[in-house]
Ligand binder design. Structure first.
Ligand code: GAR
Length: 215
């Protein structure tokens, strides 16, 4: 098995990053985490990655005059580390179309909503304001349009009376940490692949599983 060399891009605490590192530490996982890169030198996740023995790099976006030069610096660093695939994990910079196109089909993201609902920011607040009873998270390929790429995996959670943004975020992040390694595995082992802008799966499917909210 050739393990794909993956870079994780973060901006903050990196709890999804930790779950990807843990999953990839198993010998049968089809990817290795070869680099953790942050646009914020103070991102807490960098320390966790270092402690796990992963190569880390901080490229401070504030040191660059515009998005193009920042993205080119990231691109050069990714090539230097021989990276084949990118996982965005709480990476809070909008990427240029040029960068996204260079990594087309080789870059995925996790987003804290059931896309296509709630693209962008403040997803938990907006879900609460709308009164939806199911919310969740999505792993998708990255395309130039924000949070609009082909969907690889989703997990749903109930929204319960009395929920706050914090309680809902806490429920969703538990599922994010389970979903992201599963989604990365399916892409790297070929169980899920991009075909004409859609994700196609070669696996059995349980068509009877449902989630009711209220349950
Ligand atoms: C996660 O909830 C992730 O889905 C979200 O940021 C958080 C990062 O947490 N990403 C986005 O909102 C991207 N649009 P983490 O640093 O603990 O993984």
């Amino acid at each position: 098995m050739t393990r794909r060399r993956v870079a994780i891009l973060i901006s903050g605490r990196g709890s999804n990053m930790v779950s990807l590192i843990e999953a990839a530490s198993r010998p049968d996982f089809p990817a290795e985490i070869a680099l953790v890169l942050s646009n914020r030198p103070d991102a807490a996740g960098l320390e966790h990655a270092r402690a796990a023995g992963i190569a880390t790099l901080a490229i401070d976006h504030k040191a660059f005059p515009d998005r193009e030069t920042f993205d080119r610096a990231m691109d050069a660093a990714l090539k230097e580390h021989d990276i084949a695939f990118i996982c965005l994990a709480g990476f809070m910079r909008v990427l240029t179309d040029g960068f996204v196109e260079r990594w087309s089909g080789k870059m995925i993201n996790i987003h804290p909503s059931l896309l296509p609902l709630y693209r962008g920011t403040r997803t938990h607040r907006r879900a609460l304001d709308d009164g939806v009873l199911l919310h969740g998270c999505t792993v998708h390929f990255v395309v130039p349009e924000l949070d609009a790429g082909p969907i690889i995996a989703q997990a749903a959670v109930p929204v319960v009376p009395g929920d706050t943004e914090e309680s809902l975020a806490a429920r969703v992040i538990v599922q994010e940490r389970i979903l992201y390694p599963q989604a990365l595995r399916t892409i790297c082992d070929g169980t899920a692949r991009l075909d004409n802008g859609r994700v196609v799966f070669s696996r059995d499917w349980d068509a009877n599983g449902t989630l009711h909210s209220p349950g």
